[in-house]
Design a binder for this molecule. Structure first.
Ligand code: F0G
Length: 366
């Protein structure tokens, strides 16, 4: 049977009933792609998989949560939804609201949104408001406005979002037949790490897997409140999706990290960009910078040249990890979201005259 979205696939685990109108763009069912070169870089017997969330309808994992959040908003009689966003939540909210016929308001940190994401919000007809402030400021405004006006918040402070997003963990277990040993994930507002942990726990409870993974979160070095255990007033990173200084799901993420015997660490912008390019060149997977944080993190703490200060690296080298570890890296959003990033990689097409000779010369064949 053809795939009909995460609510149809995992209804028994989700807060939907017979009366819930299902708003879906057939999100989910994303590839869990074995990454042979990445595996080899980690350890000879490691198996590393990429959960390619960029293949969701609007190009990020947000769609899993949005199908539930928008369906529930419609069920409750909402006429309008609102969110703050570093880009992907707004792209998803705009699309699902359009599908449902709801008005959608999105608050974006002015000038800090990747161009693809802004295009998505605008094209789906969302009322797009650029706020002269960062994401944390925008989310605070959203919460205050929603207290006084009849608009439903569809940020991950809405528990329906977390419910939908946990289905990614279900899919991983369904594909592997077991949970991985390690799950690497970028952390911004911290909803997704919370959702995965919830998903893994519920699936184990249901007897679908025996083990639980260690959750390994990565923040950008310039936007790492959880790592530093302190809010960051002026977060800064090339990975604009995770440019967040005061995550809404901070406490829940801490619980996930503690319960799973996990870790949170940082990766620099250079490490993020390096991992982004490496992944595209070596595995054929083009992800946006924030998504590359999970892979940058894996490369930081594993492989032949692990980072000396990374606690997990010490552990990996003390052979505390199981033989033949299974590792999943969530790559959260598609590379096409942020096409301007190519400038940071200082790459350009070669321009030639329209002759065979010129092209052959550019190919190095003449
Ligand atoms: N990766 C991407 C591509 C994201 O868009 C986000 C968050 C994250 C990772 C971090 O996930 O917030 O659950 O810890 N983007 C939000 C947004 C904040 O507004 O689109 P998180």
């Amino acid at each position: 049977m053809s795939w009909r979205g995460v609510i149809a696939a995992y209804r028994a685990f989700l807060p939907v009933g017979a009366k819930t109108p299902i708003v879906t763009l057939h999100e989910g069912n994303t590839p869990l792609l074995f990454a042979p070169r990445l595996s080899k870089r980690v350890a000879p017997d490691a198996k590393v998989y990429l959960k390619c969330e960029g293949l969701n309808p609007t190009g990020s994992f947000k769609d899993r949560g949005m199908t539930v959040a928008i369906s529930k908003a419609v069920e409750r009689g909402a006429k309008a939804v609102i969110c703050a966003s570093t880009g992907n939540t707004s792209a998803s909210a705009a699309a699902y609201a359009a599908r449902a016929g709801l008005a959608c308001f999105v608050l974006l940190p002015k000038g800090k949104i990747a161009s693809g994401k802004l295009a998505q919000a605008l094209m789906s007809g969302a009322q797009t408001i650029a706020v002269k402030g960062n994401f944390d400021v925008a989310l605070d405004l959203v919460r205050r406005i929603a207290e006084e006006h009849p608009v439903a918040v569809v940020n991950s402070v809405n528990p329906d979002r977390i419910e939908g997003q946990k289905t990614a963990a279900f899919e991983i277990v369904d594909a592997l037949g077991e949970a991985p040993h390690y799950h690497f994930i970028p952390v911004g507002n911290a909803g997704n790490i919370t959702a995965y942990w919830k998903g893994y726990r519920e699936y184990r409870q249901a007897g679908k897997c025996r083990r639980l993974p260690r959750m390994i979160g990565f923040q950008a070095a310039g936007a790492a409140p959880i790592f530093h255990d302190e809010p960051v007033a002026r977060p800064e990173t090339v990975a604009t999706a995770i440019r967040i200084g005061n995550p809404a799901s901070w406490q829940a993420a801490k619980v996930a990290l503690t319960q799973s015997n996990g870790l949170v660490d940082v990766v620099t912008d250079e490490e993020i960009l390096e991992a982004q390019l490496w992944l595209a060149v070596n595995e054929g997977v083009f992800v946006e910078p924030a998504s590359a944080a999970s892979v940058a993190g894996l490369l930081k703490c594993a492989g032949r040249r692990p980072h000396p200060e990374c606690p997990l690296a010490a552990e990996l080298h003390a052979s505390l990890i199981p033989a033949a570890p299974t590792i999943v890296c969530t790559v959260t959003g598609h590379g096409l979201k942020d096409p301007d990033i190519v400038a940071r990689h200082a790459m350009n097409a070669v321009t030639v005259r329209a002759t065979k000779e010129s092209v052959l010369k550019a190919m190095g064949l003449a």
